[in-house]
Design a protein around this ligand. Structure first.
Ligand code: HAM
Length: 457
């Protein structure tokens, strides 16, 4: 017999499975706070630098139609053949792609909005690009580029200007060890002659070509020249060079550029093998490389792309530009031990008690009104713990509002960063009426800066 009075034990509830930790997508990195100051420094440098040459910012969407890149970059390039994040929009069937680069997008926008209607344009951008490459140091699936596009200029002066710009950015950022490599790949007709010579040459060495190169032999033989396959390098080394097929105008353009670079004192190395991996280039091509970053040492690449505007449906318009890989640039800053001041706030407000908490909130806003950077302690806790946080924040001084200070409408100012030689001055606590707080703090920080206590300006 069963005993009905006995409580039936409840089925033991199974502990809910702990959700698995989700991780980011391979090759797509988080920009963590510890590195933010590098990015901010580059961001600021870029704003001053582009202004210094009269370039205007353009921001185009990250997603563009897939056809844009096939037409712009070239269907037989590595990027278009195997590196694009392309998808069909499930809602309307559109074929879309996360931009692998931004020259095609900028040219699309320039044409669509008639930006060169009133004359040439100097443009710049900074943003993420996406390429499905094998990730390694300096090579990511999401990376960032700073790009310069000068659209509507014909002569070698603009080529020299953009190259001088890059040189100035390295100087502004305190970078050295970057080498400029330069080449001219000629105009359409000259490229056709070079192409015929290349096909001829590679056909004679068909047995040495890999499958990729065989496939490209007739579609786009110049792409064989930037093959990374080590087994092909000797063959590529001896292949016909674009520079041997330059006509008078292309040669004069290239010489004009070299003259201007010599005038500016910008050193370069002629590299007849440099062809770049995108199809829109003609005449000048260049890269800045370093040996400090391992295999991915190209920090910046660019050149002229006179055919592109017309190829994208616009009126024939000459153009020139480059893009810098920002992750590589920052890695180089780090390699060269470029000291970057982290942007700590000046003031940390600690408080205890309800009335003090409300006053602290208002005081922090008044301090910000005065132009100060302020962290207000949130989440309570003992003064000891709040001071630990204040110290860790890197702030220069703490504003303290406890119950006693609140009752007197006052705050105390306490230095967090004391000069070891001057402990007396910097460890004292000073009480001040709340109404005078912003001025007193400003004054104290100013005086402290003047005295060279290493405080932020
Ligand atoms: P690009 O040579 O393909 O040119 O890229 C420019 C720079 O972007 C490279 O030199 C490198 O620093 C960086 N980069 C490229 N791929 C990656 C990657 N997977 N991970 C990290 N960094 C990378 C262009 O994109 C052209 N749109 C440049 C241009 C502008 N030409 C004329 N105007």
């Amino acid at each position: 017999m069963t005993d009905d009075t006995k409580p039936v034990p409840e089925a033991r509830a199974k502990p809910a499975a702990k959700p698995a930790v989700l991780t980011g997508v391979k090759g797509m990195n988080d920009l963590l706070p510890a590195d933010a100051h590098y990015w901010e420094m580059v961001d600021e440098a870029v704003r001053d630098w582009t202004r210094g040459y009269g370039y205007q910012q353009i921001r185009t969407p990250i997603v563009e139609s897939t056809a844009l890149f096939a037409r712009g970059i070239g269907s037989a390039t590595d990027i278009v053949e195997k590196e694009m994040y392309s998808f069909v929009d499930a809602l309307n069937g559109e074929h879309l792609t996360l931009r692998p680069e931004n020259t095609a997008g900028v040219v699309r926008s320039v044409i669509e909005h008639h930006l060169t209607y009133e004359g040439p344009r100097r443009l710049w951008y900074f943003g993420p690009m996406f390429r499905h490459e094998r990730p390694q140091r300096g090579r990511y699936r999401q990376f960032h580029q700073i790009g310069i596009e000068a659209i509507g200029f014909e002569g070698p002066d603009i080529d020299a200007e953009v190259i001088a710009m890059a040189q100035r950015l390295w100087d502004d950022l305190g970078l050295d060890g970057l080498q400029l490599e330069l080449n001219s790949i000629g105009d359409a007709g000259e490229r056709l002659a070079h192409r015929a010579a290349l096909i001829d040459y590679f056909e004679q060495h068909l047995d040495q070509l890999d499958d990729d190169s065989k496939r490209r032999l007739h579609a786009n033989p110049m792409r064989i020249l930037d093959s990374k396959n080590p087994a092909l390098q000797t063959l590529i080394e001896a292949a016909p060079k674009p520079i041997d097929h330059l006509g008078t105008a292309s040669r004069a353009h290239f010489e004009g550029l070299q003259q201007l670079l010599a005038d500016l004192g910008i050193p370069y190395r002629l590299n007849p093998r440099l062809v770049r991996g995108l199809d829109y280039y003609n005449r000048t091509v260049f890269e800045w490389t370093t040996t400090m970053l391992g295999a991915q040492g190209t920090v910046c690449g660019g050149g002229r792309y006179d055919p592109l505007v017309e190829q994208m449906g616009g009126k024939s318009t000459p153009a020139c530009g480059f893009a810098i890989g920002v992750e590589r640039l920052i890695e180089l800053l780090r390699e060269q031990g470029e000291a970057v001041a982290s942007a700590a706030c000046s003031v940390y407000v600690v408080h205890q008690g309800q009335a003090a908490g409300r006053l602290a909130f208002r005081s922090a806003e008044r301090l910000r009104d005065a132009g100060l950077d302020v962290i207000l302690h949130c989440g309570g806790g003992s003064f000891k713990n709040q001071f630990k946080r204040a110290d860790a924040s890197g702030a220069t001084l703490a504003v303290v509002i406890g119950e006693e200070e609140a009752a007197r409408d006052e705050a105390a100012i306490k230095w967090l960063r004391s000069d070891k030689n001057d402990l007396t001055q910097h460890n004292v606590q000073q009480n001040v009426a709340l109404a005078d707080l912003p001025n007193t703090v400003l004054d104290a920080l100013y005086r402290s800066n003047e005295e060279g206590h290493g405080l932020r300006s």
